[in-house]
Design a protein around this ligand. Structure first.
Ligand code: HEC
Length: 211
C-alpha cells in the first residue's frame, strides 16, 4: 500500500510531510471507510518523524481499523467479548489515552508506548494488577527507560471490574496485538486478592507473588 512505499523516504523529505498530511485529511473525513489491517504500517511507528508529521501519523493510526482475528493463530472473540471490547474502546479513550495517546504510541513525559508491550500482552494478572494499582520505578519501553509513576485505577469511579476487563480486552487486540481477552471475573478476583495494596507495583514486584 501507499504507506509502505513512503517508508523509504527520509524523515526530512518534504514529500513525506505533504503526503502524510494529505492522507490524514482523507482519513479525517467521517465518510472515509477504514481498511481493515492486521498491524500498523511501519512508517506510522517510525521514531525519526518530526513532531508535526508524527502527529499526522498518530491521527491516521487512531482512524484505522485493526482486526488481528484475521491472523491465523488468533481466536475470534465471542459475541460477549466483542461487546465488552467495544465498551473498552470508549473507556480507553477516557481513562488511558491522555497519557498513552489515542493510538497507544505514548505521549512524551506522560506515558510510554503500549504497542507490543509485554506488560500489556503478558499473563493476565500482570496487566490487571498494573491497571488496578499503577506502576512506579524504572521500566524499559522500546529501548527507552521511563522512571516516573502511573497512578492506579483501583479507586477510579469510572472504571469498575468490567471496565478494566473491557479496556484490556480491547487494547490486547489493537494495533496488531493478538492476546487473549480478559474476563471481568479475573479482575474481581485480583482486586480482592490485592485489597491491602496501597503502593504502585514495580517491574520487579509485578513478576512476583500477586499480592
Ligand atoms: C496519568 C497518566 C497515565 C494514565 C491515565 C495511564 N497510564 Fe499507564 N503508564 C503511565 C506511566 C507514566 C507509565 C510508566 C510508569 C513508570 O515509569 O514506572 C505507565 C505504564 C503503563 C504500562 C507498562 C509500560 C508500557 O508502556 O507498556 C502499561 C501496560 C500501561 N501503563 C497501561 C495503561 C492502561 C491500560 C491505562 C488505562 C486504564 C493506563 N495505563 C493509564 C501513565 C499513565
Amino acid at each position: 500500500m501507499l504507506l509502505d512505499s513512503l517508508d523509504s523516504l527520509d524523515s526530512a523529505d518534504p514529500r513525506l510531510a505533504a503526503l502524510l498530511g494529505a492522507i490524514r485529511v482523507t482519513t479525517d473525513d467521517q465518510r472515509w471507510k477504514a481498511p481493515v489491517l492486521t498491524t500498523i504500517p511501519p512508517l506510522l511507528k517510525r521514531k525519526d518523524l518530526a513532531p508535526a508529521i508524527a502527529g499526522d501519523a498518530e491521527a491516521i493510526i487512531a482512524r484505522l481499523t485493526f482486526d488481528p482475528s484475521s491472523l491465523p493463530e488468533v481466536e475470534p472473540w465471542t459475541e460477549t467479548q466483542r461487546r465488552l471490547a467495544s465498551h473498552g474502546a470508549a473507556a480507553f479513550a477516557s481513562s488511558c489515552a491522555l497519557c498513552h495517546g489515542p493510538a497507544g504510541k505514548g505521549q512524551p513525559g506522560l506515558g510510554p508506548s503500549l504497542i507490543d508491550s509485554p506488560w500489556l500482552l503478558g499473563e493476565e494478572s500482570i496487566p490487571i494488577r498494573l491497571v488496578l494499582d499503577g506502576l512506579t520505578g524504572p521500566v524499559e519501553v522500546e529501548g527507552e527507560t521511563w522512571d516516573i509513576t502511573m497512578p492506579g485505577h483501583r479507586e477510579n469511579p469510572l472504571l469498575d471490574d468490567e471496565g478494566i476487563a473491557a479496556i484490556l480486552t480491547w487494547v490486547r487486540r489493537q494495533w496488531g496485538h493478538g492476546a487473549e481477552p480478559i474476563d471481568p471475573k479475573a479482575v474481581t478476583e485480583l482486586r480482592q486478592l490485592t485489597a491491602g495494596r496501597t503502593l504502585p507495583w514495580t517491574v520487579e514486584t509485578l513478576k512476583g507473588d500477586p499480592r
